[in-house]
Design a protein around this ligand. Structure first.
Ligand code: CP3
Length: 360
């Protein structure tokens, strides 16, 4: 990293907060900020072909990453890609069905898991090459003060799609494997840990400033019967993520990591920060942010929590929700964000109102 780049990083507000500084107002970005609520996204999406073509075409992926930055001036851009490019790179069949979401050729038994590419297989990172190319193009085009976030899915969340073949409401297939053969699930998670460390390291090397690990399906784990698996949230989520964080920092010293343990409840959010070693915890909108803050050390870094439904509602309810987040995090390092991804029906003026309220 050159001296100019070091200097530039020092003035990126999101990075400063991830390093423990409390900023007023807090810097902001939105999960899924590049997406179907934006007409410019829908226009480019129609040209790109399939959703995966969009992810793997650096010109297009870089452009949609930049769209919400140009329109709203968010303090962070997030790489446009998907958590399911990793199973795809492992050789699993992945496609996105219009209006239905992702479909994978499920892996269910030892033979199918062992048939996936081994973590050291050069074809995996070669497959992901366009993602790294997108990262470096975005970094070159972004304003100096804008933080660029890379990301991947946490091993359990990615595995739940690999096993279920789709987003099943209760994650029955993945929970079934956890109950039937927890050691086999551990083995799959381990492979994902190794591949994800390399994947994130290369995103950082290509120009990402920090990364977010999406554990969107953490919520299915506390409910697992303890039985032989013991503490399922620790075993299948937090410990694999902790190995990722440690492995990443060994590869890229000082790497900054946000963990997003969606659905894990108040206790899960507090534990996630302590047990994974991440720098910051993304708080979903099911938990009360003030209660999370009360349980965390004053210097802990939080992100998120605004309900995507309140953003759709807009008006006074939105103003009140923004104010409540500011009140709950005053004096503490916090990155303003939603508690889950923005949805396609969100009116753009509501996003503008949210930012105006935040920055007023
Ligand atoms: O946040 C961003 O703007 C960056 C891009 C991003 C996408 N997916 C683009 C996307 C990120 C960070 C993700 C992560 C992701 N993908 C997660 C974790 C975050 C979360 O939402 O909990 C998960 C579980 C996935 C898997 C996935 N991808 C699903 C279940 C779906 C279908 C649901 C839907 O919204 O359509 C996707 C598709 C997807 N990923 C879209 C986008 C913009 C919509 C695809 C389209 O344009 O048709």
């Amino acid at each position: 990293m050159g001296e100019t780049e070091t200097g530039a990083r020092a003035m990126r507000p999101v990075l400063r907060v991830l390093g423990g500084e409390a900023l007023t107002p807090p810097p902001a970005w939105m999960m899924r900020q590049a997406g179907r609520y934006l007409p410019e996204y829908r226009e480019l999406r129609a040209k790109a072909g399939s959703f995966l073509d969009l992810c793997y075409t650096p010109d297009f992926a870089a452009e949609v990453t930049l769209q919400p930055i140009r329109r709203f001036g968010f303090e962070a851009a997030i790489l446009f890609s998907d958590i399911l490019v990793v199973p795809h790179a492992l050789g699993q069949g992945v496609r996105f069905v219009e209006g239905e979401g992702p479909r994978l050729d499920p892996v269910a038994d030892r033979a199918e898991i062992e048939a996936l590419r081994e973590p050291g297989d050069a074809r995996i990172m070669a497959h992901l090459g366009p993602v790294f190319e997108t990262v470096s193009r975005v970094r070159a085009a972004l304003p100096r003060e804008t933080t660029l976030l890379g990301f991947c899915g946490a091993p359990w969340t990615v595995a739940s799609y690999m096993i279920g073949g789709r987003g099943t409401p209760d994650l029955a297939p993945a929970r079934g494997l956890a109950a039937r053969d927890p050691a086999l699930l551990d083995a799959l998670l381990n492979r994902l840990v190794t591949v994800s460390v390399e994947y994130l390291a290369r995103q950082l090397e290509a120009g990402a400033d920090a990364v977010q690990i999406f554990e969107s399906h953490a919520g299915a784990l506390p409910a697992l019967p303890a039985g032989e698996t013991g503490d399922a949230l620790a075993r299948f989520s937090f410990r694999p993520i902790a190995r990722m964080v440690a492995g990443l920092r060994a590869r890229v010293p000082g790497a900054r990591v946000i963990v997003f343990p969606r659905g894990s409840g108040l206790d899960g959010h507090v534990r996630a920060l302590a047990e994974t070693g991440a720098d910051a915890v993304g708080v979903d909108w099911d938990v009360d942010l003030a209660s999370v803050r009360a349980r965390l050390p004053a210097a802990a870094v939080t992100q998120g929590n605004l309900s995507p439904e309140t953003l759709i509602e807009g008006g006074a309810a939105l103003d009140a929700a923004v104010d409540a987040i500011l009140a709950a995090t005053a004096g503490h390092p916090h990155v303003f964000n939603l508690g889950h991804g923005i949805t396609p029906q969100t009116p753009i003026p509501h996003v503008e109102r949210m930012l105006a309220r935040l920055r007023s």
